[in-house]
Design a protein around this ligand. Sequence first.
Ligand SMILES: Cc1cc2nc3c(=O)[nH]c(=O)nc-3n(C[C@H](O)[C@H](O)[C@H](O)COP(=O)(O)OP(=O)(O)OC[C@H]3O[C@@H](n4cnc5c(N)ncnc54)[C@H](O)[C@@H]3O)c2cc1C
Ligand code: SF4
Length: 338
Amino acid sequence: MINFEYARAIDVADAIRQMAADPAAKFIAGGTNLIDLMKYDVERPMRLIDITHLPLKTVDETADGGVRVGALVPNSDLAYHPLIEKRYPLLSSAILAGASQQLRNMASTGGNLLQRTRCFYFYDVATPCNKREPGSGCSAMNGINRINAVLGTSESCIATHPSDMCVALAALEAKVHVAGATGERTIAFDDFHRLPGDTPQLDNNLQPSEIITAIELPARGFAANYSYLKIRDRLSYAFALVSVAAALELEGGRIKEARLALGGVAHKPWRKPEAEAALRGQAADSNTFAKAADILLGGAKGFAHNAFKIDLARRAIIRTLTQAANGTPQIQSSKKIR
Ligand SMILES: Cc1cc2nc3c(=O)[nH]c(=O)nc-3n(C[C@H](O)[C@H](O)[C@H](O)COP(=O)(O)OP(=O)(O)OC[C@H]3O[C@@H](n4cnc5c(N)ncnc54)[C@H](O)[C@@H]3O)c2cc1C
Ligand code: SF4
């Protein structure tokens, strides 16, 4: 690890000011991703701005019936928060499917959105990687690409976004509140992360000095009919090969409202309005679910080691929608650890 300076921000304005003054700086929250990346020499910030003392640690109900989650709320506190367990169990379930209890205790809500890909070559500084070093090439394209993307890929990069929490936030249509040198703004969750295109070094649409201050959940929580299913190589402590967040509202056996998002298959949580439209107004049965799965996976393209993900995702989508419709959500194995 190279030498770096350390500074503590006293409030949000101070954090923005410090970041705007030093483009080579990085915010640090739980440090569970950033410190690893620094140890691997992938990230080389000259200065760390510690934001852990900022007052962004509460979970509050909003005037319009939603919930606002401060960017520094730890992942474990969020998963077990009574409001989240009761009204947004999909989010709780997705968080508990990720990492380990110790990591979730450290990991922050904002940091989870900004965690970087787990592509092997991104971490291996001896190999070309367009995300780490733009223009150097993509080692995964013709390398070991079992964990890489099958949707929304580009000639430059086939990385996936590794978060579980973000897949649920996409399905719930959360909003991301950010603040920067030019003021505050709100970004729809679907617009927060980017596809790689020819700028794979950019994971998201955050501007350089901006800080995430909160995530806002809309009132609709899909608490009765939801499921988060994560398929991975090991039952715990592994990233998703494929994950599915499904949320339904049912009326008389038919689907009134539907949300469907995939993790582990693209550079961002993967949704398609057409797939959700194909569920609305239909009977909640396997034919309907299979049609939605085919639409959501339309255009999927596998590489040498990951083509299996396409069929795996299709079956996982049907299973997760069935669990949601039956009111029998996937139980996460870590649920009992508190
Ligand atoms: C062994 C291991 C297994 C894991 N398994 C999973 C898993 O299965 N599923 C999963 O979803 N995740 C998993 N994770 C990832 C973990 O969830 C993330 O590392 C964590 O959420 C990052 O949060 P943090 O607060 O520690 O971020 P940090 O490491 O502190 O920061 C990450 C990035 O976000 C930036 N940042 C942090 N907060 C803000 C903010 N408020 N505004 C602007 N920028 C900010 C930092 O500058 C940095 O670039 C795993 C991690 C490890 C180490
Ligand atoms: S897939 Fe993306 S992150 Fe992985 S080696 Fe290629 S450019 Fe780098």
